[in-house]
Design a protein around this ligand. Structure first.
Ligand code: HAM
Length: 424
């Protein structure tokens, strides 16, 4: 036998025991996003490479070293999407959704980044993202942040911290950048290779460094907020007031810069205290320049994306996730010649009781082993059908959980007898 083929490192399977938690997480997003007027959009997983390099930025970790890029058979450079915003903006623009409209869109699905796999960080991971277009004011930022808080609390999560910042206009950032470069140059000896490389290409990213050796240089760096233009300052102030009025506590983190170049103005992150290094569970911000960078008319926009694996891990750790749905009943057929007729019976029961989860024990086996399997399935009752029952046009109903024992039921009364079991 040849050796069994394994998965690709960083590309996980979601096993049946885990899917109920995934469905729960996705269900809460779908429900809450719908309540705020967001509509689902489904987007391709592969886009032209240029879409990502133009929007996320050439000098970002994602574009420099994390994209799954390949030439297809026509020689076109294509990329597995590393995130959803670029594709969403591309589709909204290309399909005319931005014409005299302010669409609110959401999407969910796999994203791909060639990062070093570790707990909470994978090469294929899943996001639920939301993007809202056409509204420039802080009212939208506030509503989006409040919605994200409602979703995370709806998942039952606690120990979350909301951090916000404002990156200002491109001009304010350019001004700040000059000061920051001067500061970093003055401490060049203390910089690591990554920071040195970033110094003249993307110095703001140095603020995001996870290297503890760099912490003093980062801590003593000038504050972006001191360089904000008046309009951004006022925008940030109203955002903070609105969050405050709604009772949403937040921390201003002037070092929060985010890893994608399309951001400007408001940025925010929800961070869990319970996940260690990969604690950011939901993150986003304004990208008022992205639509025109991709070729459309300048359109204000803001969005976020949440990491589903990280949320699933938190929900699982709390133990509040719903259990996989067990069948209500198992049909045990002790005489294989009765199988065709028993399958027809099962179909009639499913027809009569649309909520019924009924499993048939296929493949035969002794009565004892079949009942053991029925018990392991979590079913409440076993419906036993042998030669004797068939002749009498009856079944034996065996209580697998309580102490009601077993009783013979006429076939005609079976659907009615099973009906109370289907209520949960
Ligand atoms: P991001 O910060 O790159 O933003 O990713 C958002 C979230 O996706 C992260 O906070 C994290 O929870 C999750 N995530 C990212 N990379 C990984 C990974 N390798 N493994 C597991 N989870 C991961 C964006 O992607 C932006 N498109 C968000 C956005 C939407 N901004 C505006 N609109």
């Amino acid at each position: 036998m040849s050796s069994a083929i394994q998965n690709i490192r960083g590309f996980g399977d979601v096993l049946p025991g885990e899917t109920p938690v995934w469905q729960f997480v996705e269900g809460v997003f779908r429900h809450e996003l719908g309540r705020y007027g967001y509509q689902e959009i489904r987007l391709p997983i592969v886009e032209k490479t240029e879409l990502f390099s133009r929007s996320i930025g050439e000098v970002t970790d994602i574009v420099e070293k994390e994209m799954y890029t390949f030439s297809d058979r026509n020689g076109d450079s294509l990329t597995l999407r590393p995130e959803g915003t670029a594709g969403c903006v591309r589709a909204a623009l290309q399909r005319g959704l931005l014409h005299n409209a302010r669409p609110r869109l959401w999407y969910a699905g796999p994203m791909f980044r060639h990062e070093r796999p570790q707990k909470g960080r994978y090469r294929q991971f899943h996001q639920v993202g939301a993007e809202a277009f056409g509204v420039p004011g802080p009212d939208l930022d506030a509503e989006m942040i409040l919605m994200s808080g409602r979703i995370l609390r709806g998942l039952g999560l606690r120990n979350l911290r909301l951090e916000i910042n404002n990156l200002g206009t491109a001009e304010a950032r350019a001004d700040y950048r000059e000061r920051l470069v001067a500061h970093l140059e003055a401490h060049e000896d203390a910089l690591d290779d990554d920071a040195r490389r970033r110094l003249y290409t993307n110095p703001l990213r140095v603020l995001d460094s996870k290297n503890p050796a760099l912490a003093p240089v980062v801590a003593s760096a000038p504050d972006l907020l001191d360089y904000l233009d008046e309009a951004s300052r006022a925008h940030f102030e109203v955002l903070r007031q609105t969050l405050d009025a709604a009772g949403e506590a937040c921390t201003v983190n002037p070092r929060l810069v985010r890893g994608l170049d399309y951001y400007g103005g408001t940025v925010f992150e929800w961070i869990s205290e319970d996940l260690g290094a990969q604690g950011t569970v939901l993150a986003g911000g304004r990208y008022d320049r992205l639509v025109d960078m991709i070729g459309g008319r300048e359109t204000p926009a803001i969005g976020f994306a949440a990491g589903v694996e990280r949320l699933v891990a938190l929900v699982e750790a709390m133990g509040t996730a719903p259990d996989p749905a067990a069948p209500h009943a198992c049909l045990v057929v002790t005489d294989t010649t009765l199988m065709p007729d028993s399958i027809a019976l099962a179909e009639r029961l499913r027809e009569a009781l649309p909520a019924l989860r009924l499993e048939i024990n296929l493949g035969g086996g002794s009565m004892k082993s079949q009942l053991r399997r029925a018990d392991r399935s979590g079913a409440a009752v076993a419906i036993i059908r042998g030669a004797e029952e068939a002749t009498a046009r009856e079944v034996t109903l065996k209580d697998l959980r309580g102490d009601s024992g077993q009783q013979r039921i006429a076939l005609d009364a079976l659907a009615q007898t099973l009906s109370p079991f289907c209520s949960q």
